[in-house]
Design a protein around this ligand. Structure first.
Ligand code: MTE
Length: 327
């Protein structure tokens, strides 16, 4: 995301973060080179219990969901090394290389996750217990960042509606508010004022309950790299990427539309809905096309699709609304 300064220039990351440290690319390349999914190599609980030991380890028992294994999309899957080395995770710094360079020692165990607010069964879980009842699915999704780059990723996760149904939202619950961990000792940029910390995001309840909305723990059949939002990260594929909040510790059901971190920072540029609409330009750039990650800066851009290609699945959520306003 680009932040506009009062004098009209974008803030340079060097003002916020130190020079990046050496990137440990090779380890990920070695372990993530295979796209084979579902291999039963390690017990799932062991992986979660010692993520530093098994970083990028294969996740056991992952089942490809046939509804999300489009053959044409499969051919376009982004290389894992591109997926994990060009990131937005402002808690680790503002440059695309910062999250990878600065997240190597990020602790994802123990990890506590709270589901609370307007639910009949509020609970706080250790991540292992939170996930235990559910089967992990592999789903290939398009992903489109508001900054006009895109990728195709085989995520591993659980549809959010399963998690929410377990908590039993009450009749007053209309929205879901998500929060990232607040820990300035681990997230150096949380000491700065670039965003209202902790990073928070929201969805309308029907968006959150949509089958496409995925709570992820992995990608490419492996545990999520820290820079991509380990250990628990939301994916909402028909919206611009900033809705896909990383390193989640709180899922709260609320009655009113919550403010999101980016909306507080720049409401005209990053509004609540964030639906992909190529016809509505961002105030500072067009949204008609996107650069495909890994294809090189000078390669031809690709046309952006309405709802990022998920119109058939999600347009009905917005039939009563003007989609030029819910961009
Ligand atoms: N989540 C947190 N906590 N902090 C962030 O800065 N950036 C968002 C989103 N989730 C962000 C976040 C933005 S702007 C994008 S485009 C995606 O993460 C980038 O995801 P990726 O790095 O896995 O490609």
């Amino acid at each position: 995301m680009l932040i506009r300064r009062r004098n009209g220039h974008d803030i340079s990351s060097s003002e916020i973060t130190p020079e990046g440290v050496y990137h440990d690319r090779r380890r990920f390349l070695q372990t993530a080179s295979s796209l084979a999914l579902g291999s039963l190599i390690l017990p799932w609980e062991d992986v979660l219990a010692a993520p530093e030991k098994y970083a990028y380890a294969d996740l056991p028992g992952v089942k490809p969901n046939p509804a999300y294994q489009d053959k044409d999309l499969k051919k376009l899957i982004t290389k894992p090394e591109d997926f994990s080395s060009y990131n937005n995770f402002y808690e680790f710094g503002m440059d695309k290389e910062d999250p990878k360079a600065n997240s190597r020692n990020f602790k994802t165990k123990p990890w506590t996750i709270k589901v609370h607010g307007l639910v009949s069964k509020p609970a706080e879980y250790q991540l292992e217990d939170f996930l235990k009842p559910f089967e992990l699915e592999d789903r290939i999704y398009r992903f489109r960042c508001v900054e006009a780059w895109s990728m195709v990723v085989p995520w591993v996760g659980i549809p959010l509606h399963r998690i929410l149904s377990r908590a039993q939202p009450t009749s007053g619950a209309k929205y879901v508010l998500f929060k990232t961990l607040m820990d300035p000792a681990q997230f150096p940029a949380q000491k700065s004022k670039i965003l209202d910390w902790p990073y928070q995001e929201g969805l309308r309840l029907d968006e959150a309950m949509h089958d496409l909305t995925l709570l992820t723990v992995g990608a490419y059949g492996k545990v999520l790299p820290n820079q991509n939002g380990a250990p628990l990260r939301l994916i909402v594929p028909w919206k611009y990427g900033y809705k896909s909040i990383k390193s989640i510790v709180s899922i709260e059901l609320v009655s009113a539309q919550p403010k999101t971190s980016w909306e507080i920072r720049a409401p005209d540029e990053y509004p609540f809905y964030s639906n992909v609409n190529p016809e509505v330009p961002h105030p500072r750039w067009s949204q008609k096309t996107e650069r495909v990650l890994g294809t090189g800066f000078f390669s031809a851009k690709q046309k952006t699709l309405m709802f990022n290609g998920y119109t058939d699945a999600v347009a009905s959520l917005y039939s009563k609304f003007d989609n030029r306003k819910l961009y």
